[in-house]
Ligand binder design. Structure first.
Ligand SMILES: [Zn+2]
Length: 754
């Protein structure tokens, strides 16, 4: 039967498809499609999941369960797992060619296997099992039904279909099925992000990440030339669809060129479970954590050992002024889905260092403002603007052609402009160098306009931000000559990088090493709001402590991928957002470990102690804050002598201790607890719910029928327990369900069946 179908399809393909497809089909037509549910994909290989890659393709089962799954080739069942979490019920088929197929989230296995597994579960009195089988236990023929699709473990009903190579590395299943799925739709480009990488990086003269909306097109040319100075990383949000399904996938491969030379390329064919967490370097972890979206990084950090990057060198893909000649460059990105449908983005950018302007003459004589400005680069032209309102600058002509003086690599320009001495006008001067790069603007407040208000300090920090390895301060500078003032500051703080953002508005960036080596400076930038701040440079162990000394976060040399500032502070416990609803109660402070958007390599050990006055440890546990779900339980080691809770975490979070003394609630779906229940089919269900600490392991639930441990199914997403009783049990039985939550609150319910 199957043979006939395959033969007819091959004949069809030979007749109608171009020859380029034939080579692919010749290699791939050997495997059978794994299910009769559909040939529609709902997730693609290597899609982003928190801290791992999606290792399979997911196949649509129309929100239903019970479709057949088939052996795609001869082989034997090598492993079978049952769990209420993760893969749920999963079967591992070892193929005769050495590859391994994993079918997950099944409703049930084929009858002989289901019986075998249940017998072991019953005899071991265990819900979850992970059984490794020998080749002669369940030999399998191609096309044989192995089980039925379901929704066990995580997610809505679907089939998770994974193929691993003989070394157990997941490979892209589509390579065997390119003829099965129709896809003529190009990937769509959603948003571009240009991200500053260093303390002196600028994009269009400011340091913020530049986002460009690409409006879901597949072919985008940006009209504006983007100005880049320093090192910039490019990240792109895109998605892909296939015909006949609304699901969004990630792309299959992509290339990036600067001036026609390939600087970055990526292709998803395989990965290893040993380093799947490196996805946090492949996709932009920071933008994901800030809920801006899943962006793909078109650059490669040196620690990124993933196999996807073909010829991209370590550190490749960055746009770096140091490595590019000054002037205009062309950047092009091409994305492809598995069927070679393309999407393309291209734009021009100008690379170079903008010159700084300053002045040493600023004098009004006879309604003319005489200026002598100095530039660190030779200028091709000078433009002058005036305003009363910083948002509307209007160009004004020079009274005469500037006189130019070139002295020791500095360039001096003297000129005058007509001014109205009765007004409060400000002036902005901006030059352009020979490559077309603009200079920073220079703001001038005529020295003889007497009505100007200058505050006493002349300098106030409006905003402070901790970046990966620098601190940025946005300041109002009310000085007659801000440039001279800031250059004076630069003589006190080495490596200070400052630039104007607008009239009186300046940004000052200071590398963290500079700050760490200067305790006074460190104190002033930390301010009273931060308990402890250190620089994690990967060279040593260190610990951050809270001021109340009840909380510590220990970093090891391998805790982070990148060198980064890390710091901790107390959160306002009165904040409505973090409130714990009675009868649960928060014990002690909330500790905020930052930067929350920094990817973690090997983990950070956090520990919290309950305050001295708190002696009742019953139901106490460690929790972190999830912006969607609220406070979530973290399994921890407990040192009860000092009421200390410790855990190794893989993301920087807000932590606290919460007391939960409420046991799980069990209720019959049919009737009230303790009542008589009956069922015609032999299948009965209960709800099992536990708020706050929750239930994380299957052994925390036990079902007994007439005193004997009994098999059941637990769906933690639906909060249900279901079990099937024999005819004899249905006629007369005592049923007991017992559940204990993550902090030891226990509940037990008895039911009588007759
Ligand atoms: Zn899946």
């Amino acid at each position: 039967m199957h043979k006939c179908i395959i033969c007819s399809r091959i004949i069809f393909l030979v007749l109608f498809l171009p020859s380029f497809w034939l080579t692919i089909i010749a290699q791939t037509s050997d495997y059978l499609w794994p299910t009769d549910a559909s040939t529609a994909m709902t997730s693609s290989f290597c899609e982003f999941r928190p801290r791992h890659y999606h290792a399979a393709i997911d196949i649509k089962t129309w929100n239903r369960t019970g479709y057949r799954i088939f052996a795609i080739q001869d082989g034997y069942i090598m492993r079978v797992r049952v769990s209420a979490f993760g893969y749920g019920k999963a079967v591992y088929l070892k193929l005769k060619d050495g590859n391994i197929v994993v079918y997950a989230h099944l409703q049930r296995f084929m009858p002989a296997l289901e019986t075998y597994v249940d017998k072991i579960r019953q005899s071991q009195e265990q819900y979850s099992v992970d059984l490794h089988l020998t080749p002669n236990q369940f030999p399998i023929r191609k096309g044989q039904v192995l089980g039925y699709t379901g929704r066990t473990g995580i997610g809505v009903p679907h089939l998770h279909f994974e193929i691993r190579n003989p070394q157990s590395k997941p490979i892209n299943p589509l390579q065997f099925y390119s003829d099965k799925i129709t896809d003529t739709i190009s990937p769509q480009l959603y948003e571009l992000a240009l991200i500053p990488q260093e303390y002196s990086t600028l994009i269009n003269f400011i340091q913020d990440t530049l986002f460009v909306n690409l409006q879901l097109r597949s072919n985008v040319t940006l009209l504006d030339t983007i100005q880049i100075s320093g090192k910039v990383g490019l990240a792109l949000k895109s998605w892909d669809r296939a015909n006949g399904a609304t699901n969004l996938f990630s792309f299959y491969r992509a290339n990036m060129w600067i001036d026609d030379s390939l600087v970055y390329s990526v292709q998803y064919d395989l990965f290893s479970y040993a380093n799947t967490e490196l996805i946090e370097l492949d996709k932009n972890f920071s933008l994901w954590r800030k809920q801006i979206g899943i962006f793909h990084n078109f650059y490669r950090y040196p620690d990124n050992r993933l196999p996807h990057y073909l010829n991209t060198p370590d550190g490749g893909g960055f746009l770096d002024t140091k490595e590019l000649r000054d002037g205009i460059h062309h950047l092009k990105i091409k994305l492809f889905d598995f069927w070679n449908n393309p999407a393309e983005l291209d734009f021009y950018f100008r690379s170079g260092k903008p010159a700084q302007l300053s002045y040493d003459l600023n004098k009004i004589v006879d309604n003319n403002l005489f200026l002598r400005i100095q530039s660190t680069k030779k200028l091709a032209n000078i433009a002058i603007f005036k305003t009363k309102n910083p948002d509307s600058w209007s160009a004004i002509p020079l009274s005469d052609k500037p006189a130019v003086l070139d002295y020791k690599e500095n360039f001096y320009y003297s000129f005058s402009i007509p001014v109205d001495t009765s007004s409060n006008d400000e002036y902005m001067i901006q030059g352009t160098d020979s490559t077309g790069m603009h200079t920073f603007p220079l703001f001038i407040y005529p020295e003889e306009s007497s009505s100007r208000q200058i505050n006493n300090q002349g300098f106030s920090v409006r905003k402070r931000e901790f970046k990966r390895n620098w601190i940025s301060l946005v300041a109002d500078v009310y000085q007659n000559n801000p440039t001279t003032f800031l250059n004076g500051l630069k003589r006190q703080i080495n490596n200070l990088f400052w630039f104007p953002r607008g009239s009186h508005d300046y940004q000052l960036n200071i590398p963290i090493q500079e700050i760490i080596s200067n305790p006074d400076l460190l104190k002033s930038v930390m301010g009273p709001s931060i308990d402890d701040l250190k620089f994690c440079d990967g060279s040593k162990d260190f610990t951050l402590y809270s001021q109340d000394s009840l909380y510590a976060a220990r970093f090891k040399p391998n805790s982070l991928y990148n060198q980064s500032i890390v710091y901790t502070s107390l959160l306002d416990t009165a904040a409505e957002m973090y409130a714990v609803r009675p009868p649960y109660r928060r014990v002690g402070n909330i500790y905020d470990l930052q930067p929350f958007d920094e990817p973690i390599k090997d983990g950070v050990q956090v520990s919290l102690e309950a305050p001295d006055f708190y002696h009742n440890l019953k139901g106490l546990g460690l929790y972190y804050w999830d912006f969607k779900k609220g406070w979530l339980f973290i399994p921890s080691q407990i040192d009860s002598s000092i009421s200390k809770f410790s855990a190794t975490v893989t993301s920087l979070e807000k932590f606290t201790l919460i007391q939960d003394t409420i046991p799980p609630i069990i209720a019959s779906l049919q009737q009230a607890p303790g009542a008589h229940i009956s069922s015609q089919s032999g299948k009965i269900s209960f709800t099992l719910k536990d708020e706050m600490s929750g239930i994380q392991r299957e052994y925390q639930i036990v079902v007994r029928v007439n005193g004997q441990w009994h098999l059941f199914d637990y769906d933690p997403e639906e909060d249900t327990i279901s079990l099937t009783l024999s005819n004899q049990e249905m006629s007369q039985a005592q049923l007991q369900i017992e559940a204990v939550d993550n902090v030891g609150n226990r509940t037990r319910q008895n039911f009588v069946i007759n």
